[in-house]
Design a protein. Structure first.
Lengths: 249, 249
């Protein structure tokens, strides 16, 4: 008895895309791009012990506001991990690093081992279940703050692997097509360009969160790498920054 | 502040390998192969809502008996999944399929979407954290029962992706080396060859479980694909089958 094929959308129904939705500025823009392309979005977020759990609340708000077809928050078990400032209190989030330090190519302490690989693997499972060909991820090769798994070569290799992971993938490759496409529409955009694009598409950036170290009210610290990149992006984009910063930030 | 590098083993300490340990016959053999090669094993198992949760008990017993350096059981959230007989009661496990049906290339109903991709992604995270280069997985291209993510091309693509996912990987590729090796020592072995190999290495197959549909005492059904492959393997290997089958199986 063969496995049931993924459900095809009814005739005339929009194609389905899976969108990785962290609750940050990039993924919110990515979601808007997928919807602008006409996809019915199945959004996927993760609870992985991140200090800034406000991310998940932001993802919920963004998904509801965008009217996605489905939003799943998956729990990722951290017992295999260790050593990231985003998931342990033993390491401090770096603050006020200058642009040179952020661009030095060193992997920052906020790196979570294999995080994007795990997230994309879950997205691949969701895509297979939902009959989606397109998986959107808001990674960015310019303002990527040194993360190794945000590079074009990595994404291409993941897509290649994903297409070999399923029978539909192998059959499609034989036809010179792909069954899974890893879509990273922000890959070559600067933060300011992302903000301009999202603003055009109506993204409510006030509902997004980027800070690695917000205060207990959820206000952004203004000084971690993520805050600095975001803040500079709004300035360079000439768009009012709706971020709620902690007092004095 | 760069991320702390993975801890190198102390001088003279054995290299670390991550071994995916399901509790089945293949992964138990794989663990024995890794130890025979001199690796200190960090074993990784998953609780993913499988019906045969006795797998996890078997993995614990095997890890303890083998004296592994570390054993982690990670919970994998199923909310992104659906449609597999191993994770829902809505689909029946197929029984008494003949060899032709098992070999017809169709993906069986017991396929869990992207399962090996997710498992290998966690293993990659664990390897990065533990400073391991080798990740052992007991997949098998001969008796693989139609799973798409047990093929050599898939494993090669995963390894390529894994080496692009980390800075150490990219640096190693530049030197013509690899930072992560996906090791599948059983890939081209028939079930009987695996059983002979494991018997030589002292694997206690009585502690392993393969059945997709055991009874409440944990006894094997004897008729699902996994039971049939296993049973025939012991016969062909000329090794006494220590499996506890349900009455009448």
């Amino acid at each position: 008895m063969p496995a049931p094929p993924p459900a095809d959308p009814p005739a005339g129904a929009p194609p389905v895309a899976v969108v990785l939705l962290s609750g940050g500025l990039d993924s919110a823009t990515c979601l808007a791009v997928a919807q602008a392309e006409g996809f019915a979005v199945h959004a996927l977020s993760f609870r992985y012990g991140q200090r800034h759990a406000g991310e998940v609340d932001a993802a919920h708000a963004l998904a509801a506001r965008a009217g996605v077809a489905r939003h799943v928050v998956a729990d990722v078990d951290l017992r295999v991990f260790g050593g990231s400032a985003l998931t342990t209190d033993d390491l401090a989030v770096p603050k006020d690093r200058d642009a040179a330090a952020m661009a030095d190519g060193a992997i920052p302490v906020t790196y979570v081992p294999a995080r994007n690989t795990i997230f994309l693997s879950y997205a691949l499972a969701m895509a297979e279940t939902a009959g989606a060909r397109d998986v959107f991820v808001g990674v960015n090769a310019l303002d990527y703050s040194g993360y190794p798994d945000c590079r074009p070569a990595y994404l291409a290799a993941f897509e290649q692997m994903a297409n070999l992971a399923t029978r539909a993938g192998v059959e499609a490759l034989d036809r010179g097509e792909v069954a899974v496409r890893i879509r990273a529409p922000l890959l070559h955009l600067a933060k300011a360009e992302i903000i301009r694009l999202g603003t055009t598409l109506g993204v409510d950036y006030a509902a997004t969160t980027s800070c690695y170290d917000p205060d207990i009210t959820g206000a952004a610290c203004g000084h971690c790498d993520a805050c600095q990149l975001r803040r500079r992006g709004f300035v360079e984009a000439g768009v009012d920054d709706p971020t709620r910063y902690t007092a004095g930030a």
